[in-house]
Design a protein around this ligand. Structure first.
Ligand SMILES: Cc1ncc(C[n+]2csc(CCOP(=O)(O)OP(=O)(O)O)c2C)c(N)n1
Ligand SMILES: [Mg+2]
Length: 201
């Protein structure tokens, strides 16, 4: 028996398809990505100046999203990150629950692994329920997503629903080919600021 066996294979979504769906017709959505595979997934869906990729700062993606959503209440902000990254900054969910930014969504691509560093099992492989944590922190919506239909619903909620919204999307743990967006942090920050604030920032 495969000791790494987790949920039935048919219930594990393709992370690249999930992200492509979430970013379909993205309009002026602002996107923060957690380091590693979630960054590659967003790059695979198409590099965009409204993407800010975290190449490090593990544990900081949700908090960066909170800061951005607070500074830009008129824009919708989506954080796409991994379960390992989210678990490292779990306290962010409490702060977001307390602040309740209506324009912020946190989507965790939950493969129950630290894929980037060799596939070690994370706490979610041992029963930790991230959506339950977010619900307990006071998120307006907190769900575990397992089907394509739920991903479609999530895409619309990210664009229209009152948040803060949280979703743990159960994805296949396959290690996919890397798609690397720009890696220069100064360039990425300047590009993002210019796209958001215009030439005069
Ligand atoms: C502070 C810190 N600790 C550890 C690492 C090494 N590291 C980089 S990505 C990663 C795993 C990320 O796992 P997850 O967020 O679940 O993404 P996945 O690759 O599984 O999609 C780790 C441990 C790091 N970059 N920074
Ligand atoms: Mg993971």
């Amino acid at each position: 028996m495969d000791r790494l066996k987790q949920a039935p294979a048919e219930s594990r979504l393709d992370r690249r398809q999930v992200v492509a769906t979430l970013l379909r017709d993205r309009a002026d959505l602002l996107v923060i990505t957690g380091l590693g595979a979630p960054t590659y997934d967003c790059a695979a869906a198409g590099d965009h100046p409204n993407n800010f990729y975290l190449w490090g700062a593990m544990g900081g993606a949700a908090m960066l999203g909170l800061g951005l959503a607070t500074a830009q209440p008129g824009r919708r902000v989506l954080v796409i990150t991994g379960d390992g990254e989210m678990l490292m900054g779990l306290g962010a969910l409490a702060t977001i629950g307390a602040r309740k930014p209506a324009n912020l969504s946190i989507v965790v691509l939950d493969n129950e692994r630290y894929a980037e560093t060799g596939g070690q099992r994370t706490h979610t492989a041992h029963g930790v329920d991230l959506a339950a944590v977010a619900a307990g922190c006071g998120f307006a919506s907190a769900t575990t997503v397992r089907t394509k239909a739920q991903v479609d619903t999530l895409r619309d909620a990210v664009h229209t629903a009152d948040g803060p919204l949280f979703a743990a999307v159960k994805v296949d743990p396959a290690d996919l080919p890397r798609v690397l967006p720009p890696r220069d942090g100064v360039y990425l920050a300047s590009r993002f600021r210019q796209a958001l604030l215009g030439e005069a920032f």
